[in-house]
Every structure is written in structure tokens, then in C-alpha cells.
Write a protein that binds this ligand. Structure first.
Ligand code: BGC
Length: 704
């Protein structure tokens, strides 16, 4: 690759760092082009020396763009095609926050695998996924794109996504290169407002926010996307502490870095660069390789190199990494890699892939409340009311290629049992004749929730209750005296205090192509629910940020019986969430007993074996998630009250007891100091095992 690099002119090298939209190369595209790039006017030389393309609609378009490019460029280095394949390409899987609720990382791998196979037939080479941003603030709309509040769970899911996309090598057909994003700390945006400032201490950054990206990179992710926010007052896109000190020096990352959409140019709005020229200079010096959507590199890098303000070696290093990625993708052998208009139509939306989507959806549903009304009987007459009763918008945000019309609605799948459906989102929208029909039903399903576009990028909310007057539907059904099951649709935790008196509450999130079918299986008890929340649900917006792995404080609030006034609490509400991290019911009851440690002493070079008995008290076979948390009682810096360190999802038959075991090693007890140094503490630790972060058996041991 070095000789290819040396054969390029400076202009051509700079071109490799530019990522443009496909419309620069051809017109009449199927994908809509929005925003700043639409208004750019670039000359032909710049266009035909650029290095990659953002978003492409089909194999045919990809082939056209690549052909046009290769016939017009001097060096004939193929373009890389990148796109956002977030939770499926044509076959849509549960949104990431839902997938994380499955606590089954194999499913993450599976969804990524199928997405890669489908998307690569359209000629896509890189996906901007996974999003490994931790968030503790449900006002932030992008919570839907991530795996929740916990570094360990998010890291495991992010790593499995990477493995699914990249599979046995990015050069092989049907595989994509994975770009982990948004580096770093994007989910900590203040007040949950998207694109807002982030203020993270080094402890927060190292212990909670960085580990999930790191796991994705350890799994082999080939690219890293910088975040829109600032960190320590410096935009992440031009932040050399992140892009050089952490990524390159500490983590030895040798892949490609890429800005977020237009984020290099946005350093001007941040007040970190006075103009586009300075933005370009700061970007390349900080270690940013590809500039997505804006064109400050194209416009100013040459001049910056000529004036010796930027060293040519910085440009060469960045270009070499991009050329190596092209080589590893196999683009020099086949610039049209993957793009296959015929296969594209055959492979996508196959029944087999849809089946897999349903499998993922089944495990992603979380049962939050059940007073015994569920499972329903297939002889019961059902009324379905609410904005999602007849809606096809259950695929969720960020599914640009997902074909909505193809999916069944909830009313459609219950066809033989439904006696009434209505899209009403307020009791006042129902007429007297509607009420008469509803009264004939045995059970009312209320398909409620946020609208699908109320979460996702730029979709933060200050009020995270159910929109409008949807809660009034629960009041109505209670007044009528019928059992009522709420089916919640949302891309973030909601405050649902007003509907807690429903007989059952099912967290559906947005589950993709087979949303309704999977839901039916759960509601009728053909599948026993097994999802667990990957994020806490607050009782009140005033509790946010609310997360299970908090510090103890100097004046911890123990419980409601504690009448000490001067403790860390509110006057008007207790500290606990409505639904805790790791919580989720089953139609069976699982009881935990016999927590045993192989020893009360763990030597530094040794390990401890933990076992627990889990009994399925029945009455159904089911899957249960066994969660292991640790607490380090005294640290060199204060440590969280508990941290998830391991989990296993296992199947346990009705009345069966299974003994589940884990091994704890020094790595589980170690953590990062603000300096970035990894340390551990000798002394007492607590190990906790159970099926929710608020329901755990405890045992202590000493590290000696
Ligand atoms: C988003 C990224 C996405 C990129 C390209 C940005 O607005 O923040 O997550 O990958 O656009 O579509």
C-alpha cells in the first residue's frame, strides 16, 4: 500500500479523507439527500478523488456510482460505501435497546450477521454500528440505538454485533466492516438533550463510558466514529486525547477514524475553530482520518501542508489507514464487491430471516407487571385500542430500508380473537357505540406508547411520560371493570406511574419486522417471557439520572424505615427506580438459593468459584437470566454499590433446579483510576447473584 500511497498527488491523498454523498457522482437516486452536503459545490477533480460514500440505496446504484467514479478518477482507487445498518437492513430486528433486553448476546451476533448478508448485496462495505454509548438519561432519544446503562452489558452486546458483522473476515462476501460510535461519552449529554455538552470526570469516563467501545474494538471493529459532543471542552472530533492518546497509544487501535456527520465543520459552532481552515488543521492534527459530509479537508489541507502548518506525515498516515481498509475489504480485487442486484432481491426479506427476527423479538419483550391475566387464552375475546392497535410503525426508528407495509399489525395477528379495534389515544375519542363493543370483550389490550419518531437522533424529550392522554385509556378500562393489558411501545425508559394499575404491562419497545407475531406468542403463553431491562425505569423525571451502579455517598439512604433526615434522598420520593436494571418477569417463578463460594479467600493470582441453585417453581418451562454483581467495599477511589460482572441466560424446565456457576478472577475486581492506570484493592468484596439488580443473594470474600 505504501507504493500506492507514494504514487498519489497531495490532492489525491486528501481526496481519500473525504466522504461524500452518492448524489455527487450520479443523479436520480432513491435515497433522499438532506442537510448541508446538498448545497456543496465541488469541482470534478475533488469529487473524483474522494475516498468513500455515505449511504446508497441499492446494488444498482452502487455499481453506477463506482463505475462513474473509476472511469473519471486518475488513480482508480475504489470508493468504500458506508451506511447506517443499525438494527437490520431489509429484515428489521428489535431496536438495540430492545435487543439488549434479551440479555442474549448470541442474538446480537445473529442480527448483525443477517444484516451484513443483506446489506452487502446492495454493495455496502461498512456499517456505522454498533453504538456503544452508555446513557443514564432517558430524555436522550438515542438511548434507543444503544444497549442501555451498563458498561459490561453494553460491551458484550457491542462486541457480539462486531463479530456478527465482520464474521470470518471483512474481505469475505457477505461480511461488513464495523464502525463503533460515537467516541466518546455522547450518551452523557447534559439534560439528555442531543448534541449537548458533556462533562465527565476521568473516573466516569474510564470506568463507565469507555469500556463498551473498547470491547467493540477488542472484538475487531475496524473503524471508530467520533462523537458530536465536547469532552473536557474539546470537540471529540478534534480531541487528540481521545483520538490519539486513548485510541492509538493506549488501545493500539490501527483502524480508521471518521467524524460524525459534518462534525468537523461544527467545531466552528462549538467555538473551537475560528473557520473551516482551522477546523481542518485541528482535525488532522488530532488524528481524524475521514471527514464525513463536510469538506474542510478538501478545501484547506493542501494549503495547510504547503505552508507547513500540517506535517505531510499526518496526511500520509491517515491515507495509508484508509488504503489498508480498502485492501482488507478486497476492493482492489473487486471494486463492486457484494453488489448483486439479483441476489439483493432473493436474499432480503427471506422467510428464514424473518423467522430469526421473530426469534429475537420473543426474547426482547420484557414483562413488567402481571397480576395473573397473562397468558391469555386463545378463546378470549379481545378489544385492541391505542395508537399501535393498527399501526405498522412498530419497526422502530433507524430502519431506513425496512419495508413497513410488509409487516403485520397487532390487530391483524389477533384477527380470530379480536372483536373491536380502535386507534384512539384518548378515552374521549371513543364513542358510546365503541364502549358497548368494548364491554363485550373478555380482555382489553391497550397498545400505547411514544410515536416511533419520538426517539432517535435529535429526538430528546423533557417529559418522558406517555404522550397525550393515553393513560386515560387505562382509567377507562378500569372503570368498565375489564382486565387490561398495556403493550408499551417506546425507545427509552418512560415514567408510567399513571398506568401502573393495569393488570399487566408488557414492554415491547419496537421489535422490527415480526413485532406483532412475537408479541402474540408471548401474550398467548406460547413463549414464556424472558427479557430483562438493560436500563432503569424512573418513577419520576426528577430522579434522572438514575442508574443501579451508583456510588454509596457519605450519607447513604438505606430504606424508608430510616428516619435520618440528613441522608442522600428526596423529600417527595424514594431513590429507587420503578423498574430496576436487570428486572423482568416470567410466567414462571424462579427462586434462588444456596449461594456458595469455593473459598472466602481469593489469592491475587487465583480465582473464586461461585455457584447458586435456581429453581423453576413453575408452572411453565422458561428462560432465566442469572446475573452476577460485585462490590468492592473499600477502594483507592470510591466504588459502585454493585457492578454487573457476568450473566448467563439458561433454560430451566418447570420444577427443575439448575446449579449455575461463575468464576471470578482478578480482572473482575480491577478498575481504572483517573490516570487510566488499572488497579485492584486487597480486602473485602461482596458477590451478589439473582435475577434483577434489586433482588440478589449476597456472600462476602477477601482478596488477599
Ligand atoms: C449520526 C450517526 C450516523 C451518521 C451517518 C449522524 O447524524 O449521529 O450516528 O452514523 O449521521 O448517517
Amino acid at each position: 500500500m505504501k507504493s500506492l500511497l507514494n504514487s498519489l498527488t497531495i490532492k489525491e491523498k486528501i481526496g481519500q479523507l473525504a466522504q461524500l454523498a452518492p448524489f455527487f457522482f450520479i443523479s436520480n437516486l432513491s435515497v433522499e439527500v438532506t442537510g448541508y452536503v446538498r448545497d456543496l459545490h465541488l469541482d470534478k477533480d475533488k469529487i473524483f478523488s474522494s475516498g468513500s460514500v455515505l449511504g446508497i440505496g441499492s446494488a444498482e446504484e452502487m455499481i453506477k456510482v463506482q463505475k462513474e467514479y473509476l472511469s473519471n478518477s486518475r488513480h482508480k482507487i475504489p470508493l468504500i460505501f458506508m451506511a447506517d445498518i443499525i438494527h437490520g437492513y431489509k429484515t428489521i430486528f428489535p431496536v438495540p435497546i430492545a435487543l439488549a433486553s434479551s440479555w442474549n448476546p448470541d442474538l446480537a451476533k445473529l442480527t448483525a450477521r443477517i444484516s451484513a448478508v443483506e446489506a452487502s448485496t446492495s454493495g455496502i462495505h461498512v456499517t456505522f454500528s454498533p453504538m456503544a454509548d452508555i446513557s443514564r438519561d432517558p430524555r436522550w432519544g438515542r438511548i434507543v440505538e444503544g444497549f442501555g446503562e451498563d458498561p459490561y452489558l453494553s460491551g458484550v452486546f457491542a462486541a457480539n454485533m462486531v463479530e456478527g458483522y465482520q464474521n470470518d473476515g471483512i474481505d469475505k462476501p457477505g461480511n461488513l466492516a464495523s464502525c463503533v460510535k460515537h467516541f466518546a461519552g455522547y450518551g452523557a449529554s447534559e439534560a439528555g438533550r442531543d448534541y449537548n455538552s458533556v462533562d465527565l470526570s476521568r473516573i466516569q469516563l474510564f470506568q463507565f463510558y469507555l469500556p463498551a467501545y473498547k470491547k467493540a474494538l477488542d472484538a475487531g471493529a475496524r473503524l471508530v466514529m467520533s462523537a458530536f459532543n465536547t469532552l473536557d471542552g474539546i470537540p471529540c472530533t478534534t480531541n487528540s486525547f481521545l483520538l490519539r492518546d486513548i485510541l492509538r497509544d493506549k488501545w493500539q487501535f490501527s483502524g480508521v477514524t471518521i467524524s460524525d456527520y459534518d462534525s468537523l465543520q461544527q467545531t466552528i459552532a462549538h467555538g473551537y475553530a475560528s473557520n473551516r481552515r482551522e477546523a481542518a488543521k485541528k482535525g488532522i492534527i488530532a488524528g481524524l482520518d475521514i471527514e464525513m459530509a463536510s469538506t474542510t479537508y478538501l478545501s484547506f489541507l493542501e494549503e495547510l501542508i504547503d505552508s507547513k502548518e500540517v506535517d505531510l506525515t499526518l496526511l500520509d498516515e491517515a491515507v495509508l489507514r484508509i488504503l489498508e481498509l480498502k485492501r482488507d475489504l478486497g476492493l482492489f480485487e473487486n471494486p463492486f464487491k457484494g453488489a448483486d442486484p439479483e441476489l439483493e432481491t432473493k436474499i432480503v426479506l427471506s422467510e428464514e430471516n424473518l423467522e430469526k427476527s421473530q426469534e429475537c423479538a420473543r426474547e426482547s419483550i420484557v414483562l413488567l407487571k402481571n397480576n395473573g391475566i397473562l397468558p391469555l387464552k386463545n378463546t378470549q375475546k379481545i378489544a385492541i385500542i391505542g395508537p399501535y392497535a393498527n399501526s405498522k410503525k412498530t419497526v422502530g426508528p433507524w430502519s431506513w430500508h425496512g419495508l413497513r407495509d410488509f409487516h403485520e399489525t397487532i390487530s391483524e395477528v389477533f384477527e380470530d380473537q379480536v372483536i373491536f379495534t380502535s386507534a384512539a389515544s384518548d378515552q374521549n375519542e371513543l364513542t358510546i357505540s365503541d364502549l358497548a363493543k368494548i364491554e363485550k370483550a373478555d380482555v382489553i389490550l391497550l397498545a400505547l406508547g411514544e410515536f416511533d419518531q419520538q426517539s432517535g437522533e435529535a429526538h430528546s424529550r423533557s417529559d418522558i411520560t406517555l404522550p397525550g392522554n393515553q393513560a386515560s385509556l387505562v382509567e377507562l378500562v378500569k372503570r368498565i371493570g375489564k382486565p387490561c393489558v398495556v403493550l408499551l411501545h417506546n425507545g427509552r425508559p418512560l415514567v408510567i406511574e399513571k398506568i401502573l394499575n393495569a393488570d399487566a404491562i408488557v414492554e415491547c419497545w419496537f421489535m422490527g419486522s415480526r413485532h406483532a407475531k412475537a408479541l402474540k406468542e408471548i401474550l398467548l403463553g406460547r413463549v414464556n417471557p424472558s427479557g430483562k431491562l438493560p436500563i432503569s425505569f424512573p418513577k419520576s423525571m426528577g430522579q434522572v439520572p438514575l442508574y443501579y451502579n451508583h456510588f454509596n455517598t457519605g450519607r447513604p439512604y438505606l430504606n424508608e424505615l430510616d428516619d435520618n433526615e440528613y441522608v442522600s434522598k428526596y423529600l417527595d420520593i424514594d431513590n429507587s427506580p420503578r423498574f430496576s436494571f436487570g428486572f423482568g418477569l416470567s410466567y414462571s417463578t424462579f427462586s434462588f438459593s444456596n449461594l456458595k463460594l469455593s473459598s472466602e479467600i481469593m489469592p491475587e493470582n487465583g480465582s473464586i468459584f461461585v455457584s447458586v441453585d435456581v429453581l423453576n417453581e413453575g408452572p411453565y418451562d422458561g428462560l432465566e437470566v442469572i446475573q452476577l454483581y460485585l462490590r468492592d467495599y473499600v477502594g483507592q477511589v470510591v466504588r459502585p454499590v454493585k457492578e454487573l460482572k457476568a450473566f448467563q441466560k439458561i433454560s430451566i424446565s418447570n420444577q427443575e433446579i439448575k446449579t449455575v456457576s461463575f468464576t471470578i478472577t482478578l480482572a473482575d475486581l480491577s478498575y481504572m483510576m483517573p490516570s487510566g492506570e488499572m488497579v485492584y484493592d486487597k480486602g473485602e468484596f461482596c458477590v451478589m447473584v439473582g435475577n434483577s439488580s434489586d433482588k440478589l443473594l449476597h456472600a462476602n470474600f477477601f482478596l488477599c
